[in-house]
Design a protein around this ligand. Structure first.
Ligand code: NI
Length: 275
């Protein structure tokens, strides 16, 4: 955004089409902003969107970065839709159970709590108060919740009544209204729970040059639970759980993107309007 100009003024200034292009080019990203732009943003909003994902195997055809990519593209869509700043993606999450597959990276839960705590408290020091985490990985949920508790505890213990009114929320993109319904309609039981056609479709839409194909046998992977990484690989030898990502197309991905961005944008605006 150009500092100091309202959206309407900006539309007039650059013309609507160019404005849309400029926004799409990433003017909502913190790392593509300058400090005066962030200062201007803070004079009109205290909110920020934080994509958080994982770097882990997603079956024989899914990108290692699937969870981070899904969270990132959706978060940026929310940023464009809601004039929200988007923080750098937290790319590595809690994925110890995928470590029996090459390429997977994981943080220990305690490290991840510290990473989230440091990210939030830096931004809070500048005046950000509402943090919407757009999460791309189910294995992160408990640790993100623990990090929020750690942050609130620290602010209260350190600053008491003087603490800023920091509030953190996490939302899984697949839990947004309408997403599950669409996934069920498009993929039925082949959606499964890991390396799902929905998440793979989103990455295909985001990175059409990186679409991978392979024979998946059986087409729908086995389902079930697991303990540690070794147990996971013995039960789910190609990495998928219950899914057939071979059904994914970029068109499905675009639809999922639209549904998730619309729902999360509404949730973000409600979050900012809460007292
Ligand atoms: Ni995933």
């Amino acid at each position: 955004m150009i500092a100091g100009l309202s959206i309407e003024a900006l539309r007039t200034y650059v013309g609507v089409d160019e404005f849309v292009t400029r926004r799409g080019d990433g003017h909502v990203q913190l790392q593509l902003s300058t400090w005066p732009e962030v200062e201007a943003y803070l004079s009109r909003s205290r909110g920020i969107v934080v994509p958080i994902g994982s770097t882990e195997q997603h079956g024989p055809t899914g990108l290692i970065g699937t969870d981070a990519i899904c969270a990132e593209v959706i978060a940026r869509g929310v940023g464009q839709e809601s004039d929200a700043l988007v923080a750098p993606t937290i790319n590595v999450g809690m994925a110890q159970h995928h470590m029996a597959f090459p390429g997977t990276m994981t943080l220990r839960p305690s490290t991840m709590v510290a990473v989230i705590r440091d990210n939030v408290l830096c931004l809070a020091e500048h005046g950000f108060q509402r943090f919407l985490f757009v999460n791309g990985h189910g294995g992160n949920v408990a640790t993100i919740g623990a990090a929020f508790a750690e942050i609130y505890n620290e602010l209260r213990a350190r600053l008491g009544e003087a603490a800023p009114a920091v509030r953190c929320r996490q939302m899984n993109w697949w839990d947004v209204d309408g997403v599950r319904g669409y996934s069920r309609e498009a993929f039925g039981i082949a959606e499964g729970s890991h390396a799902t056609p929905s998440e793979v479709a989103l990455t295909q839409w985001a990175y059409p040059d990186e679409i991978k194909r392979a024979v998946l046998e059986p087409p729908i992977a086995p389902s079930g639970s697991f303990y540690d990484a070794r147990h996971y690989r013995s039960r789910f030898p190609d990495g998928r759980i219950g899914s057939n990502p071979g059904l994914a197309t970029p068109e499905h991905g675009q639809r999922l993107y639209d549904i998730a961005v619309a729902g999360l944008s509404q949730a973000y605006r409600n979050f900012l309007a809460e007292d």
